[in-house]
Design a protein around this ligand. Structure first.
Ligand code: ASN
Length: 482
């Protein structure tokens, strides 16, 4: 009998072990992108750390399988773009497996199943899709819920408003800017359980399984490790523990703050570290990009008044091209577009750091305006002076340096100060690529506590104070130079 059992096990062993394909890490560290506010899957807790089912799950799997991860939380749409551009190796963000997505992503085994569902304010009279006629429904860009809304739009006649993140979408619903939202059922139900005054009048529609994903054809070992890890966590009960931690009654919540975040003082007290770090990034972005912009701008400005036609033409093209492209598109092009293009020809992922991409975009943008300031300043000095000096036999370069530029610089200075203020404000635009500067810092905090009035007031005051201080400083410098 014993022998028979051993023989049986010996036959079974290879069959079972065939099912589990071992996978080894290829990279020293995998960058995993996720949503910024999608509780209970991913959200910030009161100590400003990202938690949730997805965060716990990927960390537990990495530990189980022995690979290193670095998590970024730029928001769902930006996370998708990051994986496509090679900025990130994988995405875990309550992501639904859809047929359309299978064309561009490879998915892991599923770890959840979700519906998309309509959410309205508790006081709303909307009770069916038909009631949505001429109403505005909010949805997060790039999500399966958005696909659902687009497909049914002509049938029900609603307007769709897309948002970059969940917090601004729910904020807009609360303030009445939109009439309803479409989001994943567990997410809406969770926010209701957390005290949001919302309801879900219509039953949800299945959007499929929820899984982890990588860009199609890349990092196959990551998918394999995820699947192996998930199977292990399911077998040892840890997966269920993670689900219970967030879904069972009395589970971990987003608002267990010890500090009262409904007051401005409480907000500052609880988030000052985030504010300082966001402020640091904003200042670094503005100062570094402006310094680079001055150099590039002066070069092209000098080109634009040069006696050589070719140089004037180069400068004109630079200014026209950069000034003609919105800063946000320039930043997105550098951060997502170029790496995607390089990968398509070389087959190599070549991600660019978000801070570097933001700095390049801001520098180019400000340089185009500075070139125009330089041109304007030089041209404001009467032409007669150049002619007189040249007729005395003084060279072009010397006349420029000794006669024209000293006068032109005085004329340019106030414009430089102005341009710096604009550059500082423009840093908020590059938050679109997921850079956590001051504005994005604020948005992330709002995603957790919904205090948009107080938070935006704090941000506005922050910028006002910095800009006033810096312009005062610049004015003093200006006086000195004069
Ligand atoms: N469930 C959404 C989707 O797959 C993901 C999300 O909103 N984070 O489109």
């Amino acid at each position: 009998m014993k022998k028979k059992i051993i023989a049986f096990l010996l036959i079974l062993f290879p069959i079972f072990s065939l099912g589990v394909v071992k996978a080894d890490t290829v990279k020293s560290k995998y960058v995993i992108a996720s949503d910024s506010s999608f509780a209970p899957f991913v959200f910030q807790n009161s100590s400003n750390e990202y938690t949730g089912i997805d965060m716990d799950l990927i960390k537990a799997i990495a530990k189980d399988q022995g690979f290193e991860i670095e998590i970024t939380n730029p928001g769902f749409d930006a996370a998708i773009s990051a994986v496509q551009a090679g900025q990130a190796d994988g995405i875990i963000a309550g992501m639904s497996v859809t047929d359309a997505r299978k064309a561009t992503f490879d998915f892991s085994d599923s770890y959840y199943t979700a519906n998309t569902i309509l959410g309205v304010k508790e006081s709303s009279t909307i009770a069916s899709y038909e009631d949505l006629k001429d109403k505005t429904v909010g949805v997060k860009n790039g999500t399966a819920s958005q696909t659902f809304l687009t497909e049914n739009q002509s049938k029900y006649g609603y307007k769709i408003k897309t948002f970059a993140d969940g917090s601004s979408m729910y904020d807009s619903l609360n303030t009445g800017a939109i009439d309803a939202v479409m989001d994943d059922e567990p997410v809406l139900k969770y926010s209701i359980s957390q005290g949001q005054k919302l309801k879900t009048p219509i039953a949800g529609t299945p959007i499929g399984e929820t899984a982890f994903a990588v860009k199609k054809g890349t990092n196959p070992e990551l998918i394999q490790m995820f699947n192996n890890g998930l199977a292990n966590l399911k077998a040892n009960g840890e997966f269920q523990k993670i689900l219970d931690k967030y879904l069972a009654s009395g589970a971990t919540t987003a608002s267990t703050s010890t500090v009262d975040e409904t007051t401005i003082w409480g907000l500052l007290q609880n988030n000052y570290k985030q504010f300082l770090s966001g402020l640091g990034i904003t200042l670094a972005l503005a100062l570094i990009s402006f310094a680079i912009a001055i150099v590039i701008g002066i070069i092209f400005g000098m080109f634009s008044v040069s006696p050589y036609k070719s140089l004037r033409l180069i400068s004109e093209i630079f200014v026209d091209v950069i000034r003609g492209i919105p800063l946000m598109i320039l930043a997105a092009f550098i951060f997502w577009g170029i790496p995607n293009f390089i990968e398509s020809i070389t087959g190599q992922q070549s991600p660019i750091n978000d801070f570097v991409a933001g700095t390049i975009a801001l520098s180019l943008n400000a340089a185009a305006y500075i070139a125009e300031i330089v041109r304007g300043g030089i041209q404001a000095v009467p032409v007669g002076q150049m002619e007189a000096s040249r007729s005395l036999g003084i060279s072009y370069g010397k006349t420029m340096r000794k006669i024209i530029l000293p006068q032109a610089t005085k004329l340019m200075l106030p414009n430089f100060v102005n341009q710096f203020v604009i550059a500082l404000k423009d840093t908020t635009i590059v938050s679109a690529i997921g850079l956590v500067e001051l504005f994005q810092t604020g948005k992330i905090i709002i995603a957790r506590n919904y205090q948009s009035f107080k938070m935006y007031a704090i941000l506005a005051i922050f910028y006002l104070v910095i800009i006033t201080l810096l312009t005062r400083l610049a004015k003093c410098l200006e006086k000195r130079i004069r």
